[in-house]
Design a protein around this ligand. Structure first.
Ligand code: APR
Ligand code: PHB
Length: 395
C-alpha cells in the first residue's frame, strides 16, 4: 500500500507524539509509525518531572486539563548528605520557576487520547520499519503490518524512535559521531500506593549509595536506590528495599516513609549519550534517538520536548514562510541545548552517587561540593536554573 504525507514521524514516544500534535496545530500533515502497540507505550513507567517549558507546550497544545488538576507543582527540591537534608528553593532562586510532578505515563495517555479525538494518525505494530532516499528529494518510509507491505512518500522523516530505533543508523557512519559515558551502577526503582515521605523530592547522597524519594501523586510514591548493574531484582524483597532506602535517606526522613507493597520493581542502567549531527539530508533526529541522559536531573522527556519544540517551529517556517533557516539551524541549536542538559545530568549524577572507584579523597570532595551547595546561594541558583529547565533561547 502506498501513502503520502508531509512529515513521517518514526516512534510514538513523547518526542514523536508532541511533534505530531505541534504539526497538527500548524496544519502540517504527519503520520506517526510505531513498532509497538498503544498499551505497551502507555504502560512504560518512566520519570515524572516536567520542566516549565514542557508544561507550557502542553498548555499551548490544549493538552493540559488533567495536568492542571492532577499535576503537583514543586517550587523546591531537597538534597541530603548522609541523612542531613537541605532544601533548594528553586522558585526563589529563579523568577518563580517551578517544576510539575506528573508521570510520563499520564503525559502519554493525554497525548494518545487527544490524538484519537483530533484524528492525528498513528500506525501501531509496524514491523521492519526502514528509511530511504534521505539524501535526495523524495525520502520514504517502508514497513510491514499484518503481512502487508506499506510505503510512505514524504518531504521529511523525523526519527523519534529512541535509543534502540532505526533512524540514527540511517546516517552514514562517516558522518555520525557519538559520545558516551556508561555509569558503573543502575537505579532500582519501586512504586507503592503510599503517601510520599516528603511533599517534594529528596536526592540523597549516602556513604552506601544514592537514593531518591519521588512521587506520582499524594497517594503514590516512587523511590529509587542506586544498585550494582549485575544485581537481580528477585534478590530485593520489599523489606530489603525499604530498609536500604530508609538507611540512605537517614533517620529523620525514614521516620516519614510509609512502607507498602512495591510494584514495578525494576533496574535501569544509567548512560550519557549524544549523536551528532541531529540532521542529515531530509532526516532529523529528536529525543532519545539522538541523546540519552542519566535520570538524575529528570531531563529525558524534557529534552525530547525541547528538541521537537525547535523542530516543530522550524518545519512550520518551512511550510508557511518558505524559509529553511530554522531547519538549517536545528541540529546546532538542539545539540547546544542537549549538551547543557548532558552536562547538568552528568554533574548531578557525579555528586550524588557512590562510584566503585571512589576513594576517601573523592568522597570528601563530594561532601564538600554538597556542603558548598548548602551554603552558597550562587551554587544553588546554578542548580535551580538547570533543574527547572534552561530557556530555549539559551541554546
Ligand atoms: N520503528 C518504529 N518505532 C520504533 C522503532 C522502529 N524501528 N524503534 C523504536 N520505536 C519506538 C519505540 O517503541 C518507542 O515507542 O519509538 C518510541 C521511542 O520512544 P522513547 O524511547 O520514549 O523516546 P522519546 O520519544 O525520544 O522519549 C524521550 O521519554 O520515554 C522517555 O526515556 C525516554 O526520557 C526519555 C524521553
Ligand atoms: C521519578 O519520579 O521517577 C523521578 C523523579 C526525579 C528524577 C528521576 C525520576 O530525577
Amino acid at each position: 500500500m502506498r501513502h503520502r504525507t508531509q512529515v513521517a514521524i518514526i516512534g510514538a514516544g513523547p518526542a514523536g507524539m508532541f511533534l505530531a500534535h505541534m504539526l497538527r496545530a500548524d496544519g502540517i500533515d504527519a503520520l506517526v509509525i510505531e513498532r509497538r502497540d498503544r498499551a505497551y507505550v502507555e504502560g512504560r513507567v518512566r520519570a515524572g518531572v516536567l520542566e516549565q517549558g514542557t508544561v507550557a507546550l502542553m498548555r499551548r497544545l490544549g493538552l493540559s486539563d488533567r495536568l492542571e488538576r492532577e499535576g503537583l507543582v514543586h517550587g523546591g527540591t531537597n538534597l541530603s548528605v548522609d541523612g542531613d537534608v537541605f532544601r533548594i528553593d528553586m522558585a526563589a532562586l529563579t523568577d518563580g520557576a517551578t517544576v510539575t510532578v506528573y508521570g510520563q505515563q499520564e503525559v502519554m495517555r493525554d497525548l494518545f487520547g487527544a490524538a484519537e479525538a483530533r484524528g492525528v494518525p498513528i500506525v501501531w505494530d509496524a514491523e521492519d520499519v526502514a528509511l530511504d532516499g534521505l539524501d535526495g528529494d523524495h525520502p520514504g518510509v517502508t514497513w510491514r503490518r499484518e503481512g502487508v507491505a506499506h510505503r510512505l512518500d514524504c518531504d521529511f522523516v523525523v526519527g523519534c524512535d529512541g535509543y534502540h530505533g532505526v533512524s540514527r543508523g540511517a546516517i552514514p557512519a562517516d558522518v555520525l559521531r557519538t559520545f558516551e559515558r556508561v555509569y558503573p551502577f543502575g537505579w532500582l526503582g519501586g512504586l507503592a500506593d503510599v503517601p510520599p515521605a516528603c511533599h517534594e523530592l529528596i536526592y540523597a547522597n549516602h556513604e552506601r549509595g544514592f537514593a531518591l524519594a519521588s512521587m506520582r501523586s499524594p497517594t503514590r510514591s516512587r523511590y529509587y536506590i542506586q544498585c550494582a548493574l549485575d544485581e537481580d531484582v528477585a534478590d530485593w524483597s520489599d523489606d530489603r528495599f525499604w530498609d536500604e532506602l530508609c538507611l540512605r535517606l537517614g533517620r529523620d526522613t525514614a521516620a516519614t516513609v510509609t512502607r507498602g507493597t512495591l510494584f514495578e520493581k525494576s533496574i535501569a542502567p544509567l548512560r550519557s549519550f549524544v549523536a551528532e549531527p541531529m540532521r542529515w539530508g531530509r532526516l532529523f533526529l529528536a529525543g532519545d534517538a539522538a541523546h540519552i541522559v542519566p535520570p538524575t536531573g529528570a531531563k529525558g522527556m524534557n529534552l525530547a520536548v525541547s528538541d521537537v519544540t525547535m523542530l516543530g517551529a522550524a518545519l512550520a517556517e518551512h511550510y508557511r514562510d518558505h524559509s529553511d533557516a530554522g531547519i538549517d539551524h536545528y541540529s546546532a541549536r538542539a545539540l547546544a541545548r542537549a549538551w547543557k542538559a548532558e552536562r547538568f545530568s552528568w554533574w548531578f549524577t557525579s555528586i550524588t552517587h557512590r562510584f566503585p572507584t571512589m576513594d576517601a579523597f573523592d568522597r570528601r570532595i563530594q561532601v564538600a561540593e554538597l556542603d558548598y551547595l548548602r551554603g552558597s546561594t550562587a551554587a544553588q541558583r546554578a542548580l535551580a536554573e538547570n533543574y527547572v529547565g534552561l530557556p530555549l533561547e539559551a541554546a
